[in-house]
Write a protein that binds this ligand. Structure first.
Ligand code: BEZ
Ligand code: FE
Length: 303
């Protein structure tokens, strides 16, 4: 090879980089006249990051077509009950990152985590000490705690929504029979206290029969979520808290949660109780084993 090979290659590479950068600049500039400054910022930043990704991995046209086919499949499988784009956001950690950005750490306030697709707004009200399980199968679990502000003052009347999968790993809405089970809402008492019967959470997979499931399989990732119980807590003057508690000792905590929802501060001890152990409210469980846990909730003030 002669000495001229390197300068020639370098100038071609420079020309290539200049063409790629010119395209980025022109697309960014196309949004310059956007009258909404926030929309302008979002679209220009999206353009820069998207082009940087394409250039970074030197995306092939076949790969881009695969991505388009993936998004098309996600659209086709989505409907009022199935939302594949949220699942995609969840498994990429984008949902958790958005939650992190929007729920800034505040003193000792309880951490937020992913909402998930299985909340419904009109779950039945139960009295304190009531049972959310309905007909859902599983090991009964006594859940109790308090809702306070960051100074420890009770948040009397806080509305607590709870929902969870049954021991077979399904939420009520995943059955075709219209059942309402494993979900309810209740209110904290004047001391901020709450208590209810639920089910000991078990691990379950996120829906994996669509493009997101195929993507997880292709990259060798598990669709399984760590065992958890969902909470949403609302009270006037406080930031709405959407969170879960996780089960200490659940092996899935080590393996990894498929949607990156686990925070150490949300892992709680669930204490298994032998059959015939007296229950806190005197409920007769017919000799079945049960469990109990405690989750004290601290709300941040509304910004
Ligand atoms: C859930 O916890 O129910 C869930 C969260 C994210 C994706 C799928 C399910
Ligand atoms: Fe869940």
């Amino acid at each position: 090879m002669t000495d001229t090979a390197t300068p020639t290659t370098t100038s071609a590479a420079l020309e290539q980089a200049a063409r790629e950068q010119d395209l980025v600049d022109r697309v960014v500039a196309s949004f310059a006249g956007c009258p909404d400054p926030r929309l302008r910022q979002v679209m220009q930043s999206l353009t820069r990051h998207l082009h940087a990704f394409i250039r970074d991995v030197r995306l092939t046209e076949a790969e881009w077509n695969t991505a388009i086919a993936f998004l098309t499949d996600a659209g086709h499988i989505s409907d009022d009950e199935r939302q594949e784009f949220i699942l995609f956001s969840d498994v990429l950690g984008a949902s958790m990152q958005t939650i992190a950005v929007n729920n800034e750490a505040y003193e000792n306030a309880t951490e937020a985590t992913v909402f998930g697709p299985f909340f419904i707004a009109d779950a039945p009200e139960i009295p304190r000490g009531g049972d959310i399980a309905g007909e859902a199968p599983g090991t009964p679990c006594w859940v109790e705690g308090t809702v306070t502000d960051t100074d420890g003052n009770p948040v009397s009347g806080a509305r607590i929504e709870v929902w969870e999968a049954d021991e077979d790993g399904f939420y009520d809405v995943q059955y075709a029979d219209g059942r309402v089970a494993g979900r309810a809402h209740l209110y904290a008492d004047e001391d901020g206290g709450y208590r209810f019967w639920g089910l000991t959470p078990t691990p379950y997979p996120i829906p994996s029969d669509g493009p997101v499931g195929r993507m997880l399989a292709a990259v060798g990732r598990s669709p399984v979520r760590a065992s958890h119980l969902h909470f949403m807590v609302t009270a006037p003057g406080y930031r709405t808290l959407v969170t879960h508690i996780f089960v200490e000792g659940d092996p899935q905590l080590e393996i990894g949660d498929s949607v990156f929802g686990v925070k150490d501060s949300l892992v709680e001890r669930f204490e298994d109780q032998a059959p015939d152990t007296p229950t806190p409210d005197g409920r007769d469980l017919g000799g079945r084993p049960w469990a109990r846990t405690r989750f004290d909730i601290v709300l941040a003030p509304r910004a």
